[in-house]
Design a protein around this ligand. Structure first.
Ligand SMILES: Cc1cc2nc3c(=O)[nH]c(=O)nc-3n(C[C@H](O)[C@H](O)[C@H](O)COP(=O)(O)OP(=O)(O)OC[C@H]3O[C@@H](n4cnc5c(N)ncnc54)[C@H](O)[C@@H]3O)c2cc1C
Ligand code: SF4
Length: 516
């Protein structure tokens, strides 16, 4: 009888993880499973499915090469008639298999999704086998740390969580003071490119698929052929070594300009100065502590300005930890929040990128091609449009969870429901991230190639973002006027004449009806 069966989920691919504490290959084993339900529950894009399966298979091969007994359930190109379609079903099958002794204990590191945690608990309970859930050491803060931080606070804000973490871990600190004299260089992180564009950009290091990954790409193309997205450009790091190379490449070539251009958009340029490290960190190919330490080192060695290092570290040590705290603190009820009572279905063009709106077409096309869009595209293009149009936040959530290679629920849900859709009523963000086409015009070149006019709210050339923006303010004025941070925007709305508002609202209704 195996002593321990260690369950390794698709986003827990680290040999140094707590799951392997005390692991003895002579008595213990590992269980991993590819199950179709994890790709169809939300209709996942091909790049997302491939990212997880490729990284899982490489991890399995590494364990096997070390002599670890890995019980690995691998998907085939066509579904077997009796194949379990859920993780719980696959585990149940494993535990009930007459040919294999049931283990004495099951061990798993905290899953990244509430549903999976519940499924594992109930499966272990039904099988009568104790399940040990271990703390995930990949994060700087624990779920309990966040609960402690949240206790008694009326409002949660990133800044009040981020600063103590900087102090606790001595990150960018000099003699107890923040390095460079400021906690936050956000004001320096809002640059846009000149009209002539960003100039030559450093192409990120690519990782052409090896034989294992090619096998996965073939499988995904065969089995999930009707899922969105394409695999032609798949070049993500899928092993710890590749992830480390991707980190080094970012530190050398892009970190210095990361802070300045963090909020900029340029059509046809998906990466700009972003790190492309989210999937590697979320699947635990890369430890965020190493990432943060390396970014700080780059500044201390004089290779990048403090604004760049802080801007980047704030994302990893700040936002990434903060959203995880929000997720576990408010789940499971958080998922069903809909503060703005938005009920429109998600427009079909989110799955095909067939829209005349240039900014959306660009962000959606690269999402389907690479399984990637950078933060401002997610927040201020795809997310903004959905919120202004009034799309049901749960549908928006399912879309984000389906399409990105880095999508895991603990990080995706608060970003979508909270930050981008304001569906949590202000837990994540102090006000809705609402803006008109003028914002996109300022931060990108998208409007220059668009058939719409960003400044117009009515008429045949009106930019849908601008029409929907004023309509959004008018529809939600009563809810939003209690928020002091919305005063300016609502004052601007008040300056509009009744006729103008009526025309905008009529155009917004017609536009919404045409979305299908
Ligand atoms: C609607 C919406 C959905 C999102 N869904 C996801 C998701 O499923 N998975 C995911 O990892 N990120 C998500 N994000 C956050 C962010 O957009 C991505 O982490 C980032 O775009 C990944 O690209 P990058 O690695 O090049 O990041 P960079 O721009 O290079 O940033 C560096 C790192 O900081 C972290 N980070 C930055 N912003 C955030 C944030 N808001 N929350 C948490 N971590 C952050 C990421 O780990 C990222 O790799 C979402 C944001 C929005 C607005
Ligand atoms: S005009 Fe409007 S729809 Fe067109 S790119 Fe600009 S913001 Fe997007």
């Amino acid at each position: 009888m195996p002593r321990q069966l260690v369950i390794v989920l698709g986003d827990q691919l680290d040999r140094r993880s707590a799951a392997f504490d005390g692991f003895d290959a002579r008595h213990d084993g590992v269980w991993m499973a590819e199950v179709a339900g994890e790709s169809t529950r939300v209709w996942s894009s091909k790049p997302r499915i491939a990212m997880f399966l490729a990284a899982m298979r490489h991890f399995r091969d590494r364990l096997v090469a070390e002599g670890v007994a890995v019980d690995y359930r691998q998907l085939a190109a066509t579904a077997a008639p009796d194949e379990p379609t859920t993780l719980a079903g696959a585990l149940e099958r494993r535990l009930a298999a007459p040919a294999t002794d049931p283990p004495r204990t099951l061990v798993v590191v905290e899953p990244g999704e509430h549903r999976v945690r519940q499924e594992l608990i109930s499966t272990a309970k039904s099988a009568g086998i104790p399940l040990e859930i271990r703390t995930d050491r990949h994060f700087f803060s624990s779920v309990e740390d966040f609960a402690e931080h949240a206790r008694g606070r009326k409002q949660l804000r990133l800044e009040w969580f981020y600063r103590p973490l900087r102090e606790k871990f001595g990150v960018l600190m000099d003699d107890g003071e923040p390095a460079g004299g400021e906690w936050n260089f956000d004001a320096d992180n809002r640059g846009s490119f000149p009209k002539s564009g960003p100039g030559p950009l450093p192409a990120p290091r690519r990782f052409p698929p090896d034989a294992v990954t090619r096998g996965v790409l073939d499988l995904v193309n065969a089995r999930f052929h009707d899922h969105p997205g394409s695999l032609d450009a798949f070049d993500w790091p899928v092993t710890p070594e590749e992830a480390r190379e991707a980190l080094d490449d970012f530190l050398i070539h892009r970190l210095a300009s990361f802070g300045t251009y963090q909020d900029a958009i340029w059509t046809g340029e998906p990466w700009l100065y972003h790190s492309r490290l989210s999937a590697a960190m979320n699947l635990k190919l890369l430890d965020p502590r190493d990432v943060v330490a390396a970014a700080e080192r780059a500044w201390r060695e004089g290779k990048v300005p403090v604004q760049a290092a802080e801007g980047f570290i704030r994302q990893v040590l700040g936002w990434r930890e903060y959203v995880r705290g929000v997720y576990w603190h408010f789940m499971p009820e958080y998922e069903s929040r809909n503060f703005l009572r938005a009920e429109l279905p998600l427009p079909a063009f989110y799955w095909s990128a067939t829209t005349e709106m240039n900014c959306l077409r660009d962000a959606l096309s690269q999402t389907l091609t690479h399984g990637y869009a950078h933060h401002i595209q997610r927040l201020m293009v795809t997310g903004l449009f959905a919120m202004l149009a009034g799309v049901r936040p749960q549908e928006v959530h399912r879309w984000y969870l389906a399409v990105y290679v880095d999508a895991v629920e603990w990080v995706e849900l608060p970003n979508t429901l909270g930050m981008s859709q304001f569906a949590d009523g202000g837990v994540m963000a102090s006000k809705p991230y609402c803006a008109s086409g003028a914002y996109i015009e300022r931060m990108s070149n998208a409007c220059r190639g668009c058939r719409f006019e960003p400044k117009q709210a009515t008429g045949p050339d009106a930019c849908p973002f601008t029409t929907l923006y004023w309509d959004f303010l008018a529809r939600h004025a009563a809810l939003l006027k209690v928020n002091p941070r919305m005063t300016m925007q609502l004052k601007n709305l008040d300056r509009k004449q009744g006729d103008e508002i009526r025309a905008i609202r009529r155009q917004a209704d017609e536009f919404r009806a045409g979305l299908g």
